[in-house]
Design a protein around this ligand. Structure first.
Ligand code: HEC
Length: 677
């Protein structure tokens, strides 16, 4: 099925799909990670008949990010806390589920919700990586465990959120944790036995212990700080693997350095953080690297999905790899050699770099942006584009992905930062109260759009603006369609050629995950997970707009299906009724506000306005009475509320409690006033 397709005057060689188009075998849909299916029963003309075939509640309000894998009419997917499910694709009936029982006390070390991006299915086994660093192989028919290996040191702040990738009978898995201080790496295990085959570190270790390889020797020279390795270095490869079997190359991106700020960890490019890498899949040896953000100071992980394509560039057919990076630039690299071919900004308003050097690909960082003084910069750490997968349509030659335009963050390096294994090691000073916040709030709010991008011309072909900031992952199909869900719960289809919206469905809960499509008994289905969360969802800053937290579910659509969605209500209606009405000491409330917005807001929302997790302004008297027990003594650890016993004092927690009470009183006020009228 090797086809040639005429695309905007360029000849494009389609990669042969690895398996039949009926199934969705691989995380990225095709071996090339196109997230494209040639299926066209559901197309621009028939899509108006698309309806809900079934939905299944997953009993969680946490983020759902998985790409389902579909084989022979069975959907394999994951939910919160690494639950693994197998559903009958026709009916939604659950065939089995598997709970790896991730210890809830590890919740403190998950930066970005208790998410997972899916399983890999290979040769009768279903593979899943867990938040506590295990790689588990399950029996595809029954969901029973065949083997399990611990891929990380449980004493360190590692986690796994990515889907494993199977290459050449090896299961490959990376890890996350650079926000807390870990040394990133990627490991290959034998798919049958779980025995380790190789490991590739993304950053060098303690130089006093010698280098593991030439690659580490080269990297060590680019770290200029004093004892920077004590914080692990970072560079965790937490998403975005792609494999080219012809070249035997495994591509992946690496995360930010530990700490975020170069001014704190020491100067130098810090290889191989914020970098796209290619290693030999058979040996784990480095083939090439291209660092998208050298000396990154702004959390510009290069872990966004990588898409392989063969494109005519400058009159030559090039094997390329494509990435829409967090840092706001779209990269085209030669995937055989890593040669930089081109880069261009895909959002407006980038304020950390003026562009990319067209010869070397190195960003032209603006003077002073990475010094130790407070800075207001765009894009913010969730990026101009994050992990949400992009799709490549071979007939249009375009890539489709959610772009976040004009996001801002105030970066305040904490000049007193020192590595502390008990807490996060981002290195932000939570006590900053300078004018940059006011400046940020006065700026126009960021906007979100589905962007159709021509990777050859490096320009946008169309943009479909959303009423919210965040769009989910993308699917492209032979029906000239692009499917995408978004944060306000709308799941929509667009015409691939011009971006005209041709269909939509209200899933009642925000969507981050990418849809997939497949056929069973001759009928084409589309499946997507709906569940809002992740770091943007939990922090719930005003920038996320009308995002819709809610109960998580899996939804499946087919032509002429007419099931009704039964979505149980979620969250509070109306303002809080403060359980404590006594006025709190303003000085203590102020201290509590600073503490809340450095320790609690990442899960309970900025200024205590929560998304998917409890909105503490609605706390009952009982909760407020047991506040210290919950926060310090870990009374609610089994629900995923971490203990802050090693980080906060009793006095700190009293101040946070006073702040929460004051916020409840403050937000209740307008309603009381209106009731009086
Ligand atoms: C890593 C995420 C996370 C962080 C950070 C976090 N929490 Fe929680 N918190 C949770 C979860 C999860 C729950 C329980 C949700 C449930 O019961 O479904 C919870 C529950 C609570 C509750 C009980 C709420 C109720 O109504 O039952 C309180 C009180 C609370 N958290 C306070 C705090 C405070 C104060 C901080 C900061 C010092 C904090 N939390 C930081 C995740 C977090």
């Amino acid at each position: 099925m090797r086809k040639q397709v005429l695309v905007f005057g360029a000849i494009l060689v389609m990669a042969p799909p690895v398996a039949t188009a009926e199934d969705w075998h691989l995380h990225g849909g095709t071996q090339t990670d196109w997230r494209f299916s040639p299926l066209d029963q559901i197309n621009e003309r028939t899509v108006s008949r698309l309806g809900l075939a079934w939905s299944m509640e997953l009993g969680t309000s946490r983020g759902l990010e998985a790409t389902p894998i579909v084989e022979d009419g069975v959907v394999y997917t994951t939910g919160a806390w690494n639950m693994v499910f197998a559903f009958d694709a026709r009916t939604g009936q659950m065939k089995w589920s598997y709970d790896p029982k991730v210890p809830r006390e590890r919740a403190y070390f998950f930066c970005c919700d208790v998410v997972n991006r899916g399983v890999a299915v290979h040769n009768g086994k279903v593979y899943v990586g867990t938040l506590d660093g295990r790689l588990i192989a399950l029996d595809q028919r029954t969901g029973t465990r065949i083997w399990s290996v611990q891929t990380t040191d449980p004493a360190k702040a590692y986690s796994i959120t990515a889907a494993p990738l199977v290459a050449n009978n090896r299961v490959i898995i990376g890890n996350a944790g650079s926000e807390y201080g870990v040394r990133g790496y990627i490991t290959a295990y034998d798919a049958e036995t779980g025995k380790q085959v190789w490991r590739f570190y993304t950053v060098p270790g303690d130089p006093n212990k010698g280098s593991e390889s030439k690659a580490m020797e080269i990297a060590a020279k680019t770290w200029h700080g004093k004892e920077w390795w004590k914080a692990g270095g970072g560079g965790s490869p937490w998403e975005g693997m792609s494999y080219d079997p012809d070249l035997d190359l495994l591509y992946f991106g690496s995360g930010n350095a530990s700490t975020w700020y170069r001014a704190l960890r020491g100067q130098g490019d810090g290889l191989y953080t914020a970098c796209i890498l290619a290693v030999k899949a058979s040996t784990g040896e480095l083939a090439w690297y291209f660092q998208t953000t050298p000396g990154d100071s702004f959390d510009y992980d290069a872990t966004q999905p990588l898409v392989q394509a063969n494109l005519m560039i400058g009159g030559r057919l090039r094997k390329v790899v494509l990435q829409a990076n967090k840092n706001g630039f779209f990269y085209v690299l030669d995937r055989q050699t890593g040669e930089f071919l081109s880069a261009a900004p895909f959002v407006s308003g980038i304020t950390w770099a003026s562009g990319v050097d067209p010869r070397t690909g190195r960003p032209i960082e603006l003077p002073g942006v990475a010094d130790a003084n407070p800075k207001l910069l765009s894009p913010e750490p969730n990026g101009a584009h994050n992990w949400n997968p992009m799709a490549f349509h071979p007939a249009t030659g375009l890539v489709y992905f959610p772009a976040r335009v004009g996001t801002q963050m105030v970066h305040v390096p904490d000049k007193k930062w020192k590595y502390d294994p008990n807490r996060d090691n981002v290195g932000i000073d939570g006590n900053y109260e300078g004018p940059l916040f006011a400046k940020m709030i006065s700026m126009p709010p960021p906007t979100g759009e589905l962007l159709a991008w021509d990777p050859v011309a490096q320009k946008a072909v169309w943009r479909a603006k959303y009423p919210v900031l965040d769009g989910g992952g993308v699917l492209a199909t032979g029906g000239n369609l692009v499917f995408q869900g978004r944060a306000d719960g709308i799941f929509a289809a667009f015409r691939a050629t011009d971006g005209e919206e041709v269909w939509q469905f209200d899933a009642a809960t925000g969507i981050m995950a990418p849809p997939v499509t497949y056929t069973v008994d001759g009928a084409q289905y589309v499946t997507v997970m709906a569940g809002w969360g992740g770091s943007a969802g939990l922090m719930n800053t005003p920038a996320v707009g009308a995002a819709k937290p809610g109960w998580g579910r899996i939804l499946t659509f087919a032509l002429d299906a007419k099931a009704a969605l039964k979505a149980p209500p979620f969250g509070h209606t109306g303002p809080p009724l403060p359980a404590i009405t006594a006025k709190q000491d303003p000085q203590i409330v102020h201290t509590g506000a600073l503490l809340f917005n450095s320790h609690c807001f990442t899960c309970h929302g900025l200024n205590a306005v929560a998304g998917p997790l409890p909105d503490l302004r609605y706390s009952t008297k009982e909760t407020l009475d047991s506040f210290a027990g919950i926060v310090l003594a870990g009374a609610r650890v089994s629900d995923g509320m971490p203990s802050f016993g090693k980080i906060l004092s009793v006095k700190d927690v009293e101040a946070i409690r006073a702040y929460v009470i004051a916020r409840a009183q403050e937000t209740a006020k307008p309603a009381q006033a209106s009731q009086r009228r």
